[in-house]
Design a protein. Sequence first.
Length: 531
Amino acid sequence: MRCAIYARKSTRQSVAESTVRQVENARAFAAVKGWTVADDHVYVDEAVSGAETTKLAAKQRLLANLSAFHILVMQAPDRLSRRDGVEAFGELKSIAAAGVQIFFYADGTRFDPANTLTANVTGFLRAEFAAEFRRAIAQKTSEAMIRRAKLGWVTGKKCYGYDHVKCDGHVERVINPTEAAVVREIYKRYAGGDGYKAIAYALNAKARTPRWSSGSVRSVLTRGLYRGLIVYNKTKKRDDDGSRHRGRQPRRPKSEWVHVAQPELRIVDAATCEAVDQRLEARRLASPGPGRPKGSGVKHLLSGFIRCKCGAVFTVLRGSYMCSQRRTKGPTACTSSMVFPAAQIEQIFLDALEAACLSPKFINEVMAACASDDDGVGERVALVAERKTLVKEIDNLTRVVARRGDLVPLVDALSDRVHRLAGIDQKLATPVVAQDREMLRTALECRRADWQSVLRGPNIALTRQVLRNLCDLPMTIHNQARPKWLVNVKPEGILNGLIANVASPRRPTIHDLPVLTLHGPCKRFATSSPK
């Protein structure tokens, strides 16, 4: 019987039961049982917590290949998952429901998928004990990390402006003179009145590789470490079930923050920091507060849908589209100086889009694509003729076989023709239903009118969703001297649910229609970036 192996460990440190040892023990267990283990069915996850749901890549491949083996061997149930008891036990039951037997070589037991009180309680408790062990380890780790933070030791990744130095089993920070000079320049420029973007432009102009943006400048200005203060435990990396947070991590209550003063790590003097804080506070008070509306997402139709030659997308600044890379990092990051007035370029794009797939001409092309041999009459005539020929050939072959000729090739030829004849009879038995062209044309006209009203309507978010369905986005602008945009339009968006339901012998679908391509000139309205 085909057997698979799964092994996992949570940390990169060497432990007694490493994944190599787990695989060796599982192979030995399978060999005693007489099972065959293929190398492509040995699944190993290194240095990933059992509570993760997305980073266990080998586990995901195992779950996708359950039909390729009959038996799964692992050390214990907690190797597959350390999530809460209900989730972990449910994963084991889903594998068993797919017809795979699960064995644990540590105690030689087999997972019992029976839906009985004893099996359910036993399986749930084993999974819950594994989850509780994970929670206890997490609590101990958190306490140890807080202790290290209070001692001023490094508990995370490298911070710009500092180097890491190993000292007696732990890591400490020391100031990097070159990077510290850049930090001081950022604070000095902001205290002097420069904005985030102006500072990023100035830094990138002097750097070999542009790396500064408005956001990175702001993070430097708000980081307490440059003022000689370490703040630890501000964010929560994992949920209560052990899985990592996706995107921005939520903040913990301020009562849980750990503040540690380390004046020897201060880079910026107190007077400069005070001037920066005053500007930041004034900026905060001038921006909309938590109780004031900030708008509802993207406000411009093509924002993020046009890609610059540098790879960044175009966004809108003061009513004009421009490269976001150039906007945030300056001309050293992107040499493209193309700027398009938003209202004009959006009007040009919508006009071209409507002319391509929301016009009477396009509807006529759809109707022509749906027509097939006069609603199948020509095809049926050809099928009748082919059937007549096959009947004659079958009759002749039957007579030859009856005269005891070379039977093997004759029987093969006879079988082939009988099979073809059955297929033709099945096609001819299907009644021909003429397409109601007027009904289809009316439906297309209504669909076209609906989409036109959405494209020209006031709901920008809905219009952008329509564009995602109709077009292959983002579109790229390649030529700086005579810029043009090119975008492929997919007719599936407007035709979905209409063409596939048309009755015809060939039954054309929306995928039978050619993909349209829009070529649109982008007039070079301006050559300099807005400040």
